[in-house]
Design a protein around this ligand. Sequence first.
Ligand code: AMP
Length: 285
Amino acid sequence: MIVFDNHLELRTNLRTLYCNGKSIGFVPTMGALHVGHGTLISRSVAENDFTVVSIFVNPTQFGPNEDLDQYPRTLESDLKMCRSLGASHVFTPTPASIYPNGRNQHEIMFSLRGLDKILCGAKRPGHFDGVLQVVSILFNIVEPTRAYFGKKDFQQLTILRILAKELFFPVEVIPCEIIRETDGLAMSSRNRYLNLEERKQALFLRTSLQAVQNLAEEGMDTGQLHALVTEKLSEYPLIRLDYFDVRKELNLEAVSELRKNDHPVALIAAYCGKTRLIDNLHVFK
Ligand code: AMP
C-alpha cells in the first residue's frame, strides 16, 4: 500500500495502471474509519484490481457552526485498517493542496436545483455543494472505474449518482448497505462523540424507523408516521429531532401516500446531545 499526499504523484501512478487495463475502485472518506467504511473498502478490493481510499476532512462541506475542527482525525489507525483490508493506494491531501486559493475562493462552485432544499440540504446550507465540489475534484484526480458510497448518507448517494450521470463522469457509483452496531445503531465516525447515556438514547433513530416500518405494513399514511415518531421522541429526553421525512428512493420526491412501487425511504436526523446523527430505512421490507 502506498500513501500519497500529492495528487500529481497519485495520478501518475494510477495512469500507468489504467494504461495496462486495470480497474480502479475508489472509496472517498473523511477518515476516523470504522467497520462501515471497512465494508466499502473490502467490497472495492474484491471487485477491482486496485483500490484507492481517500482520507480528507473536506472543509467546504462543513457549515460555520459545525464540527470541522473537532472532527476526529485518526490517521495512523486508518492507515492500518486500509492496509489490512488490502487497499493499494491511500490519498491524504491537505486542504491547501485541494483548495490552493483558500476555502471559499474557487471560481467554480456547485449549486443544486432543489435537492439541497430538502432533508440534510435544508438543515445544512451549502453542505451538498461542498460534497459535489470535493467528489468532482477527487473523481478527476483518481479517475476511478467504480466508486463506493454508503446508503447511510442516502441523500448524498442520490446526489452523487446524479453528479456522475449528468456530468458524464466515467465511473460506476456503487451503493453499499448500512453497517450497524450490534444493537442497530448505524456506525458513524461521530458516534465516538456520544457519552454513555447519549449512546443509549441514540437508538431512537433506529427504533423509530423500525416502528415506522412496522406500521407502514398496517397501512398508515405519512402524516400518521410523523405523529408516531414525534410521540416516540418523548421517551428520549436527550434527543432533539432535526427532521423525519418519507421520500421516493429514486429521486427523493416527497410522498404523501405510501406506495410500494415508489420504494419509499424513511429518513431521520436528530441531535443526541450536541451530536447530529442520521439514519434511514426502506418503509417496506
Ligand atoms: P464519511 O467518512 O462519513 O464521509 O463516509 C465515507 C463513506 O462511508 C460514505 O460513502 C458513507 O456513506 C460511508 N459510510 C459511513 N458510515 C457507514 C455505515 N455505517 N455503513 C455504510 N457506509 C457508511
